[in-house]
Design a binder for this molecule. Structure first.
Ligand SMILES: [Zn+2]
Ligand SMILES: [Zn+2]
Ligand SMILES: [Zn+2]
Ligand SMILES: [Zn+2]
Ligand SMILES: [Zn+2]
Ligand SMILES: [Zn+2]
Ligand SMILES: [Zn+2]
Ligand SMILES: [Zn+2]
Length: 279
């Protein structure tokens, strides 16, 4: 293999350091920024990423031809800078660039955008995003969850190894954020909010109400925040919280206004009264 022998002509260390970052974030597909393409071991075709493969192969007209790529089986990649096909590795054996700033040897996963905080979870067996320190692995649910759910979520056997009841995508390795409802069932966060926007407040799997409207205000206040456990983003729960708070505040503000108005009228009436008596 000529590509491998030419690795000996690599530049000296300082230069090779800058070489590593050459073309960073300038290549890839709609799913990932990376500097290599993968040769799918299943159909021997070249794709930008696993999702590009699955999108193309999942929409084939012949159902027997449709298939998904097993990420760990990827052996060969093609450098996007020098077009050299080679064994999967972080650095291109021919031109010396990082084919991905983040590279997972187990998943054969490349991503130039390290701001996502990628990490490999051994128990999940896949790479996840969001920073290793922000997650723990729940062995019962069979997935990584945000640390603020530790000892604080409905634990359902393999609850993440299921399909979103709204869009039917497999949740465990979905690239979209997922939410756990109070019943323990799971769905995409986006699908959950879409459902709530259409005033659907029942879990599509078990029909359990997501919001219990019969409870008192203070209770509802807590209920809303515990309804959707945020796995990836925390802001949405806060905004729901704010809506409720504003309503309560508005109610009390109005009530106080009316109360003061009544007091002022009563005061004027009492003050005015003796004047009439005097005349
Ligand atoms: Zn394939
Ligand atoms: Zn892609
Ligand atoms: Zn290369
Ligand atoms: Zn990995
Ligand atoms: Zn995990
Ligand atoms: Zn759990
Ligand atoms: Zn969904
Ligand atoms: Zn449910």
């Amino acid at each position: 293999m000529a590509e491998f022998s030419s690795a000996s002509t690599l530049p000296t260390p300082p230069e090779s350091q800058t070489r590593l970052h050459f073309g960073k974030l300038q290549h890839g597909c709609e799913h990932y920024k990376r500097r290599c393409k993968i040769r799918a071991p299943c159909c021997n075709q070249i794709f930008s990423c696993r999702h590009c493969h699955n999108d193309a192969m999942g929409s084939l007209s012949d159902p027997k031809e449709r298939h998904e790529l097993v990420r760990r089986d990827v052996k060969q990649v093609i450098c996007s800078i020098c077009d050299t096909e080679q064994e999967a590795a972080k650095v291109c054996a021919n031109c010396g660039v990082n084919m991905g700033e983040y590279y997972c040897e187990i998943c054969k996963f490349y991503d130039d955008n390290t701001e996502k905080g990628q990490f490999h979870c051994d128990e999940c067996g896949i790479c996840r995003v969001g920073g290793r320190d922000n997650f723990f692995h729940c062995p019962t649910c069979g997935s990584c969850y945000s640390v603020n759910l530790q000892g604080n979520h409905p634990c359902v056997e393999n609850s993440m190894k299921s399909f979103c009841p709204v869009c039917y995508e497999y949740l465990f390795d979905s690239i979209k954020g997922t939410t756990i409802m109070t019943c323990g069932h799971t769905m995409h966060m986006d699908c959950f909010y879409e459902m709530a926007e259409q005033n659907q407040y029942r879990c599509p799997i078990c029909s359990k109400t997501v919001f219990d409207m019969s409870r008192s205000w203070e209770h509802l206040d807590q209920e809303v925040c515990s309804t959707s456990y945020q796995i990836f983003v925390d802001e949405n729960c806060w905004s729901l919280h704010m809506i409720i708070d504003d309503q309560i505040l508005g109610f009390f503000a109005n009530f106080r206004g009316i109360f003061i108005f009544v007091l002022v009228i009563a005061y004027l009436f009492v003050m005015a009264d003796p004047m009439y008596e005097g005349n």
